[in-house]
Design a protein. Structure first.
Length: 115
């Protein structure tokens, strides 16, 4: 079973939210702290095709991956801060962002996509 999609009680979902948030925070931190890619820093992997356009695409991917991964992880962090479980007066759990029952569809989708 994927680590972020376990069916559990409200308390279990709280820890799933914390685990997923910790995961994306770590991804963002690693990508932010990584040395920017340059052809001379780690080289360029061997091409898988003889297409010059494919090679340009590969190099553009490596050159931008650090910033793009960091930005995408930041989006995930913001979404997780927005879609956070909140326990109501009577013990029911709902999303503090969209107010739907917890786990809300956004959190459930993030779990499926990132697991
Ligand atoms: Zn929500």
């Amino acid at each position: 079973m994927p680590p972020f999609t376990r069916s559990a009680s409200g308390r279990g979902h709280l820890s799933e939210h914390a685990r997923l948030l910790q995961y994306v925070l770590c991804v963002r931190e690693r990508s932010t702290r990584a040395v920017p890619w340059e052809p001379h820093t780690v080289g360029v992997p061997a091409p898988r095709s003889s297409s010059a356009l494919a090679r340009i695409n590969d190099v553009a991917f490596y050159a931008n991956a650090r910033e793009e991964v960091s930005a995408l992880a930041g989006v995930c962090v913001d979404l997780l801060y927005l879609h956070t479980p909140v326990t109501g007066e009577h013990g029911e759990c709902h999303c503090g962002g969209c107010l739907l029952a917890w786990p809300c569809p956004t959190f459930a989708r993030l779990c499926r996509l990132l697991a």
